[in-house]
Design a protein. Structure first.
Length: 194
């Protein structure tokens, strides 16, 4: 199990892109549902389904800017913002430029370096065979506000399917589920530059 995270990172490095439906539920009940698109070296497109249905955000790694269309890309109104702008961050400070699986894997490695990883064994997540691990920091070590993660990866692809994060006192922070995951997708030419 100690090598699982390395295997997951190797699998991610081999990917050029992915898309998924992302469901995030915070401990306080806040829910977000979005279509998520990623293309290396860091392009991100988020199409909000709930809340703010119709909003589209695109992060351009070359300019390090987020383009926000509050009412969809077919509307003229758009804003160009820094990724740390409060209009494009959620309440917990999540940023679009650090929202992809690679950023998650960086966080997992950083926390494991300050703590330990424990296998959770095999299970099923949304109908997919999965293997889980828990990563916890030692003596107050944390990444952001997260002191412990539980993560389940698809057995066949090593892609993360479910991520649970926990605070210092053990209380849940957020659960994120990635479903309808596709890798190696041929995206439309203008997906990231409408």
């Amino acid at each position: 199990m100690g090598d699982l995270l390395t295997e997951v990172e190797t699998a991610f490095r081999a990917l050029d892109n992915y898309r998924a439906t992302v469901r995030a539920v915070a401990a306080d009940g806040e829910r977000r549902l979005m279509r998520y698109f990623y293309r290396k070296p860091g392009w991100v497109r988020i199409e909000m389904l709930n809340p703010n249905r119709g909003a589209v955000l695109i992060y351009d790694p070359d300019t390090r800017r987020v383009r926000l269309w509050p009412f969809g890309t077919e509307r003229v109104l758009s804003l160009s913002l820094a990724p740390d702008n409060r209009l494009v961050r959620d309440r917990r400070g999540h940023r679009i430029d650090r929202s992809h699986v690679g950023a998650l894997l960086d966080n997992l490695q950083r926390l494991r370096a300050q703590g330990h990883a424990t296998p959770l064994g095999a299970t099923e997540v949304d109908g997919h065979a999965a293997i889980g691990m828990e990563i916890a920091g030692e003596a107050g070590a944390h990444v952001g506000d997260v002191y412990r993660y539980r993560v389940w990866f698809a057995h066949a692809t090593h892609f993360p399917l479910r991520v649970e994060s926990f605070a210092a006192d053990g209380s849940p922070i957020e659960t994120v589920v990635l479903s309808e995951v596709e890798t190696g997708v041929v995206f439309p030419e203008r997906l990231f530059t409408p």
